[in-house]
Design a protein around this ligand. Structure first.
Ligand SMILES: Nc1nc2c(c(=O)[nH]1)N[C@H]1C(S)=C(S)[C@@H](COP(=O)(O)O)O[C@H]1N2
Ligand SMILES: [Mo]
Length: 307
């Protein structure tokens, strides 16, 4: 079998690294839905495994909460609309182009990624800039593992993510809340950070459409909008890329968007948050609680200016 991912050196293999076991199939709720839309589509693979050392031990939000309270404006701006409308998204066939400032640009087929990428479960906090948060058990692989496959050049200083924008599949595209397609960006060191994940599933099942099927970014120390859903292109670039939210309201949404209780959004205090399912608000932590792992990336930067 050809390999998309160079096997890690023996010393790098962690006990928590888990691989897709294709003989062990379960038909979860999302698997049944997928099979109904695409006859012959693969069932949701079982992706359980030991928790990663990057996982939080906080109580997870339920599958029901994670899949029914969403932001995915391509399917409507109300929290319940993506779950109602996203059945029209077709996550197969699907490819992700990885290109730009690199030696060997490649187009990755989603089925091959599912079979060959070193999948791991990562339980992360997700903090939306609107002031709510959830704890979500993602299944995915490190973005850095994919980027290394295309050999970034020294000019690759930033990464731009472009997501699907298809009016036929996405009813929300007809309203101009954002300049579609939804694009996002990271600095290259943020993109290569081991916390930065490309998720293909959650709760051991393939991603439901409303959560960004078939592949979405997860950057847990940044506000949720950085975690772009249904990605079709990843481009290594020299200059800081424009992002959809920054274009829409530059004074509200900066490029960095690190979770920061000390810097308020013009419309929402960022000092505290409501965990979905809880009543009392809790304090928001700098970098969403991941400061020990990521604060060094921003040493010497004025976080009020680079919000
Ligand atoms: N393409 C796309 N990606 C997106 C969004 C969107 O509207 N479109 N919303 C973002 C926002 S604001 C948040 S908080 C998270 C929500 O992810 P979830 O619904 O899986 O919790 O997705 C982000 N990714
Ligand atoms: Mo968000």
């Amino acid at each position: 079998m050809s390999r998309l991912f160079t096997p890690p050196a023996a010393s790098q293999i962690t006990p928590e690294a888990i691989y897709l076991n294709r003989r062990q199939l379960i038909l979860g709720a999302s698997g049944l839905a997928a099979a109904a839309v695409w006859p012959g589509a693969i069932a949701a693979p079982a992706l359980s495994g030991k928790a990663s050392r990057y996982s939080t031990t906080e109580t997870r939000n339920s599958y029901e909460q994670i899949t029914s309270y969403n932001n995915y404006y391509e399917f409507g701006t109300d929290k319940d609309e993506p779950a109602k409308n996203a059945h029209t998204l077709k996550p197969r066939p699907w490819t992700v182009g990885v290109e730009g400032e690199c030696e060997s640009p490649k187009t990755f087929d989603i089925e091959k990624l599912l079979k060959l990428a070193p999948l791991e479960e990562r339980v992360y906090r997700l903090r939306c800039v609107e002031g709510w948060s959830m704890v979500i058990p993602w299944v995915g692989f490190e973005l850095g593992a994919l980027l290394r496959q295309v050999k970034p050049t020294s000019k690759a200083k930033f990464v731009e993510f472009t997501t699907l924008a298809d009016a036929e599949q996405m009813p929300g595209i007809s309203s101009r809340v954002l300049d579609w397609p939804y694009t996002e960006g990271l600095r290259i060191d943020e993109a290569m950070h081991p916390l930065t994940l490309l998720a293909l599933g959650l709760y051991g099942k393939l991603l439901p459409n409303q959560n960004g099927a078939p592949i979405r970014l997860v950057v847990p120390w940044k506000y949720g909008f950085k975690s772009a859903k249904s990605i079709v292109r990843i481009r290594l670039v020299e200059k800081q890329p424009a992002t959809a939210w920054n274009k829409a309201a530059p004074q509200e949404y900066g490029f960095y968007s690190n979770v920061n209780p000390a810097v308020d959004h013009p419309r929402w205090s960022q000092a505290n948050e409501r965990r979905i399912g809880e009543f009392l608000r809790r304090k928001t932590l700098p970098y969403n609680g991941y400061g020990e792992l990521v604060a060094s990336l921003y040493r010497g930067m004025d976080l009020k200016r680079f919000y």
